[in-house]
Write a protein that binds this ligand. Structure first.
Ligand code: CTP
Length: 410
């Protein structure tokens, strides 16, 4: 993807039309700028009522382009669209979608949309009635027919007291969709017709009603796997163990807390899965006793030792049982030393098809947005995955999975 090239930053035009969700485009802009994209913000006149020019200029590091008649000799209404690698409009109001669908060009943003030859992404935001109106639906259909990517609005709280479909998709989701477009993966559907199960996060093993044994897994890599699998057409079940991230759109989320709960959910979901990826950090042990009331310290007494018992090894169990013929099972391994040797031994011990080995330690992998790994295959293969955003690591893992999946049997 071009973002890794130091010579040329991808040129992104962020069009902002006039809706209350315009403030969320600031977060989207920040994500683009921080990951090496050069962004030109083109707000409509109405958008400037919600977020002013100074904010866009400060966040993008360049003037916001607001008027067709500014700097006329530089013909910005033509140049901005021509130079772009991607145009994303967020929020896209019903009015903006209508203008784009009909080729109107009465301001700089709509001019830019007509001159752009690069991919265009619209992130709609409006009231449910406006989204569902036949006029809007026809406009969306004709934009999609012409190759534009119109994201589905999210469901949730709208302006005022209303809730329903029409919320601007989460800025992270818009950003992820845009990155797929820029990396040429938009439209990739090699997991269509597949059911994949991904576990994410870290289990918590309770000691009493307020305390638990846990781990530092954020769930970000597992969520990236779920999001990218859904983008590649898979039906996705995400088993989330104590993750503080919003539910990804289009993914069935099952929340669990303990390793035993995760095991139950994983066995159930695996029964009809083509692929199971165990990205969750599962506690190997749990307290032997659960105290139904909070454990109290006793004056002068030594603390009582905590007795532990083994948890089931879910990955080994799923690898051994293979609920469906041809089912692929993928494990993760976090290692601090002798990474490859430990990984090979673990792959053999667990019996899975692929093992994604991460080197962990100070500041590595846990809670960060980037990752790097080596994927070991039961077939003896060893595939390094370059350091990069967790979504890119996820795509590289799905590439290896897709190459090993046979012809769909259903
Ligand atoms: N795993 C599992 N059930 C467990 C423990 C781990 O399914 N009870 C899975 C994890 O989801 C991961 C893989 O096994 O996919 C590796 O987990 P890890 O804890 O690194 O491996 P262990 O076998 O526990 O080895 P060790 O802790 O000794 O490194």
């Amino acid at each position: 993807m071009s973002e890794t090239s130091p010579s040329r930053q991808p040129q992104v035009v962020l069009g902002v039309s006039g809706g209350i969700a315009a403030y969320k485009a600031c977060e989207l802009l920040r994500r683009f700028s921080e990951s090496g994209h050069q962004v030109t913000v083109v707000p409509t006149a109405a958008a400037l009522h919600f977020v002013g020019e100074a904010t866009w200029a400060a966040l993008s590091g360049r003037p916001a382009a607001t008027e067709t008649w500014d700097r006329v000799h530089e013909v910005p209404h033509v140049r901005i669209g021509q130079r772009a690698d991607l145009v994303v409009v967020a929020p896209a109001t019903a009015d903006l979608l209508a203008k784009a669908a009909h080729g109107l060009a009465d301001d700089l943003l709509t001019n830019t949309l007509l001159t752009a030859r690069c991919p265009v992404v619209f992130a709609p935001a409006m009231h449910t009635e406006m989204w569902e109106h036949a006029a809007t639906q026809e406009n969306v259909a004709s934009l999609r027919r012409r190759g534009a990517i119109v994201l589905e609005p999210a469901v949730g709280r709208l302006t005022g007291v209303d809730t329903g479909k029409g919320r601007l998709p989460d800025p992270d989701a818009i950003f992820a969709a845009c990155r797929r477009v820029l990396s040429g993966r938009a439209g990739q559907a090699d997991l269509a017709g597949r059911h994949v199960v991904v576990s994410a996060g870290g289990t918590r093993e309770p000691l009493d009603p307020v305390r638990y044994l846990g781990n530092r897994s954020s769930g970000k890599q597992g969520y990236a796997l779920a999001v990218t699998a859904a983008a590649r057409g898979a039906r996705v079940t995400l088993l989330a163990a104590n993750v503080e991230l919003p539910d990804p759109a289009g993914v069935a989320v099952v929340n669990v807390t303990t390793a035993l709960e995760l095991r139950e959910a994983a066995v159930k979901a695996a029964a009809e899965a083509d692929v199971v990826v165990m990205a969750a950090a599962v506690a190997d042990f749990r307290p032997a006793e659960y105290a139904a009331v909070k454990i109290k310290k006793k004056d002068g007494a030594e603390p009582a030792p905590v007795a532990l018992v083994r948890n089931p090894d879910i990955l080994a169990e799923l690898s051994g049982s293979r609920a469906r013929p041809g089912q692929l099972v993928v494990g993760f391994a976090a290692e601090t030393d002798q990474v490859l040797a430990n990984g090979r031994a673990k792959l053999a011990r667990k019996g899975c098809d692929l093992l994604v080995v991460n080197e962990v330690g100070e500041g590595r992998a846990f809670g960060t947005d980037t990752n790097e790994a080596v994927v070991l295959g039961a077939d003896g293969s060893e595939t390094p995955i370059a350091p990069g955003p967790k979504e890119d690591v996820a795509d590289a893992i799905w590439d290896l999975v897709a190459a090993r999946l046979g012809v769909p049997s259903h």
